[in-house]
Structure formats: structure tokens, C-alpha cells
Design a protein. Structure first.
Length: 367
């Protein structure tokens, strides 16, 4: 009898060890802790994700790629530098410096620019492209979107960008003006320039336009010649979240607004009901997130329906839809992640990647 008890105890122990191993495997898979030992792009690629202001990451570009971001944003300033050599010959060097604000370049800000578009993004991308068999991610049918957001004069900035991109053969999607032929590359560069402003002398160009919703409620805007001529050149349509929506309908309040003002926003003595919504989005929606976590408000059906409406527009016209200045929290990701044509705009690519992997794991293992 004692022998059977010992065998049973051993089997029970083995079963517990097996369950522990399965749990650890789940935790590692679901939350992506194996990232460090997986080659770039081999397992992580989330098309509908955008690394907003990517240059603020600890490792610009690389953190985004390691976490599978489908789109990456770099703001640039056109700068002319006067260079004098040892024999006092001078020349002007033109560069695109990556920064959000001008004082990040001049040194008047606590944050200092980490460099140029070439050394932070284009050179590393080309190295990955050459070492990874002509791909960025191991999904050759997809293209990584690189959003180069101009902070200076469009003509000068776009012309310089065009001349720079030519130096990376095979890397970028190209567009033929006359034939309208598009040759997809591993990386597609798009800018905030108007597509109608593409210089006439460019027979082949290496970047495209970040589209705008315009008057999205007027279907005539989608029938315009400008839109039809450049549809294939606008992978993304972007808008400020508030410009597309009415912020006063974002949330349903579960407690009186007066109580929220008294408890949560005492730092705003002049606050009124009319300005409450502005405070909710201050500090990148942190207060709204706190109120949701505390059960004081909930996301409204209006906001959910507006995101679905944008998704349907994206499906209809063949674009991804992106909203900047949007909440970078799980409650908003929960709205966006099921949508096929709405991008998640994030400053937290690692956290977002873990969230998406966890959702995928749960979906795969739910009967």
C-alpha cells in the first residue's frame, strides 16, 4: 500500500511540475520575455501599430522593430551647416535632423537630438535589409512604414529627403509618375507633405504622402481628382483624435461630475463643467485613464462607434487610419485592436507588443 502511495505522490509531483512548466511557458509566450533571443522581426510584426515620436525611445528604430511595430515616426528639421576645411574652403552641408522641437537641436532643451535621419533610421534599416535577405521583418509581403514628419519648409525638406533616399537601392517603395507603377520595397516612406505638391521633375520618387481625413463626413471628398490620382500613394490617413470626434461624448460618467472635480482635479480651482473635458485629455489622457481604472467613468458607445466608422472607411477606400494625440492606454487599445484598418498610436511599443501577444494567446486558447 505504501508503495502505491509513493508512486501516487511521485506522479502527483510530476503533474504539478508539468503544470508549472506549462504556466511558465504561457507567461513567457504571452508576455514576450523571449524577445531578446529572437532574431529581428522573426516572430513579432503588428501591422496596425505606430511608434509615435519614435526618436524618444532608448534605442530609436530598434526598439520599435524588436517589438514588431508596423509604422515608425521620425520628425525632421532641414538644416544647412556651413563647413570650413583646413585650407579655409567653405561649403554648405544639408542635413535632416531628427527632433520634435527646434530647441532639441539648438541645445536649449533638456532632451538633445540623437542625430540625423540617416544615422538614426536609414543606415540601420539598410544594414538590417542587407543582413536579413532583403527584408526588414520576415514577412516579405509586408512593408514597414516610416513616417518622416516635416517640421521645416516642405519644398526644401522633401527635395533633400528625395536625394537621400536614392542612396539606398532596393530598400524603399518607389513610384513612377507617368505609368503610376508602384514597386513595393521593404520600407515605405510617407511624409506630411501634400501629394499634389510632388515636384514635376520627379519621374521616380521614393516617398509618398500621409493622407488627411479632410471633411470626412462629406463623401464628395473621396471622389475628388486629387484623391483618386494619389490614392495608391497614401498608405495611411491621419487625423487628430479630437478633430475627428466630439470629446464631450467620449465618456459616460458613473458618478456626478461635481464629485470628480472635487476629488480629482483640485489643482484647477477655476475648473468648470465646460473645461472638464480639456483637463481629461491634459497630460496625455492620464486623468481619464485614472478615472476609468477607479470606476468613475466608462468609455462611451459614441467613441466605440466612431472608431468602427473610421475602420469601415479604411476598408472601403484601402487605407490604414491613424489618430494622433490619442489615449495610449489599454482601454483605448481594447477598442482599436479588433479593428483591421485602424492603427494603434503608441509611445510604449514594448507594453503594446506584450498586450497584443497576450490577446493573441488568449484568443488561440479560448474554446
Amino acid at each position: 500500500m505504501k508503495v502505491f502511495k509513493n508512486i501516487f505522490s511521485i506522479m502527483l509531483l510530476l503533474l504539478l511540475l508539468l503544470l508549472l512548466f506549462m504556466f511558465m511557458s504561457f507567461a513567457i509566450t504571452a508576455f514576450g520575455q523571449e524577445l531578446e533571443i529572437i532574431p529581428i522581426g522573426e516572430k513579432f510584426y503588428f501591422k496596425n501599430t505606430h511608434s509615435h515620436n519614435d526618436y524618444y525611445r532608448a534605442r530609436p528604430l530598434l526598439d520599435a522593430i524588436d517589438n514588431g511595430m508596423g509604422s515608425i515616426e521620425a520628425d525632421v528639421y532641414y538644416i544647412e551647416l556651413s563647413i570650413t576645411d583646413d585650407v579655409e574652403n567653405s561649403r554648405v552641408m544639408k542635413e535632416l535632423y531628427v527632433a520634435h522641437d527646434w530647441d532639441e537641436i539648438t541645445g536649449d532643451s533638456d532632451y538633445k537630438t540623437k542625430g540625423t535621419l540617416q544615422n538614426l533610421y536609414l543606415d540601420p534599416l539598410y544594414e538590417i535589409y542587407l543582413s536579413n535577405g532583403g527584408k526588414i521583418y520576415n514577412t516579405p509581403e509586408e512593408t514597414l512604414l516610416l513616417h518622416v514628419d516635416f517640421k521645416t519648409d516642405t519644398d526644401k525638406t522633401w527635395n533633400l529627403l528625395q536625394s537621400i533616399l536614392k542612396n539606398y537601392p532596393g530598400l524603399f517603395t518607389t513610384y513612377e509618375r507617368d505609368t503610376k507603377k508602384v514597386t513595393q520595397g521593404p520600407v515605405t516612406v510617407f511624409t506630411n507633405a501634400e501629394p499634389e505638391n510632388i515636384p514635376d521633375e520627379w519621374s521616380t520618387f521614393y516617398s509618398t504622402a500621409d493622407g488627411r481625413f479632410g471633411n470626412i463626413y462629406d463623401p464628395e471628398v473621396w471622389k475628388s481628382d486629387a484623391y483618386l490620382n494619389f490614392k495608391h500613394r497614401m498608405p495611411i490617413i491621419s487625423s487628430n483624435l479630437i478633430a475627428y470626434n466630439d470629446i464631450t461624448q467620449f465618456f459616460d460618467f458613473l458618478v456626478p461630475k461635481e464629485d470628480i472635480i472635487e476629488e480629482y482635479v483640485s489643482d484647477y480651482p477655476e475648473l468648470s463643467m465646460d473645461t472638464l473635458y480639456e483637463v481629461l485629455r491634459d497630460n496625455e489622457w492620464a486623468l481619464a485613464n485614472r478615472l476609468i481604472e477607479d470606476g468613475k467613468i466608462k468609455v462611451s458607445d459614441y467613441l466605440i462607434s466612431q472608431m468602427k466608422k473610421a475602420d469601415n472607411l479604411g476598408k472601403k477606400y484601402g487605407h490604414l487610419m491613424r489618430f494622433w494625440a490619442s489615449p495610449d492606454y489599454q482601454w483605448f487599445w481594447d477598442i482599436q485592436s479588433p479593428l483591421t484598418n485602424v492603427m494603434i498610436n503608441t509611445n510604449r511599443p514594448e507594453t503594446l507588443r506584450k498586450y497584443l501577444m497576450h490577446k493573441a494567446y488568449i484568443a488561440q486558447h479560448t474554446p
